[in-house]
Ligand binder design. Structure first.
Ligand code: 4HQ
Length: 253
């Protein structure tokens, strides 16, 4: 059983994953659980204050320490009480290591993930040191809060849960599952604004089609993401297909 415990001031925003598409269907099938812990519910003052001023001054606020700490601890206690599997506390942050498919697969093997989505300028460093196991970034840009990052983690991890994808889809068929970019896709009409569907896809020869798709994946990865291609060991057949792609690219400039 996969369980996500999300520490957030904005639990409603997670309707994006809870109420739409594959992640919603998997939730309704009971393939995973979502729980929310709102620091505002752990305040004690009349105004339910969740932010505080930064030492040293400057613009912006920091998450107030005590409500956030108590929300994280409540998430840990409820999760810990629930089962024996591994639990990891992850905070979304541009200072974290970059999320990739390898990390997604690693996370999919952990039964309980506590995702801490901060707001404002961030979280007191001492709270990070005492309560957070790992900082993760979804990319080198600045978001207004960790919620979108947490939703990205949930979406990508849920796709790895057996049964979450429709029976004709499979996580093994996704881009990146073999370390390569996806091949191009086509649907009707056969001729669209003067552009034809590659003939091989109309051939009915499934072995040839599979070969063409692998060649396209290799070629596009080489052209667009050489950094990804460096990480995969190509076998003899894949080397030949990449050569063939490059030869063709020369012939049709
Ligand atoms: N944040 N990847 C939360 C991000 C971010 C990212 C900025 C995290 C604001 C409060 N999160 N703080 N990039 O931009 O995950």
């Amino acid at each position: 059983m996969s369980r996500f415990d999300i520490v957030t001031l904005f639990p409603e925003t997670f309707s994006a994953v809870a109420e739409h598409g594959i992640t919603s269907r998997a939730l309704k099938q009971g393939l995973y659980q979502l729980n929310f812990w709102n620091p505002r519910d752990f305040t004690h003052d009349k105004h339910r204050t969740v932010d505080d001023r930064p030492y040293g001054g400057g613009p912006g606020m920091v998450m107030m320490v005590e409500p956030l700490r108590d929300a994280i601890r409540a998430a840990k206690e409820s999760a810990g009480a629930d089962s024996s599997g591994e639990c990891r506390v992850i905070m979304l942050s541009p200072q974290g290591s970059k999320l990739d498919q390898q990390k997604v697969i690693e996370l999919s093997n952990i039964s309980q993930l506590i995702l801490v989505a901060g707001r404002y300028e961030g979280i007191d460093e001492r709270l990070i040191e005492s309560e957070i196991d790992e900082e993760l970034s979804i990319g080198d840009y600045v978001l207004s809060g960790g919620e979108l990052g947490a939703m990205v983690v949930i979406d990508a991890v849920v796709r790895q849960i057996p049964g979450a994808l429709g029976h004709q889809d499979s996580a093994e068929q996704d881009s990146f599952s073999n370390g390569l970019l996806d091949c191009p896709h086509y649907t009707r009409p056969e001729l669209f604004e003067g552009a034809a569907v590659p003939e091989v896809l109309l051939s009915g020869n499934h072995q040839l089609i599979e070969q063409w798709r692998l060649m396209q994946s290799l070629g596009r990865t080489a052209e667009r993401r050489p950094d990804l291609l460096q990480k995969v060991d190509l076998d003899e057949k894949q080397h030949k297909l990449l050569q063939k792609y490059r030869q063709r690219a020369k012939n049709y400039p």
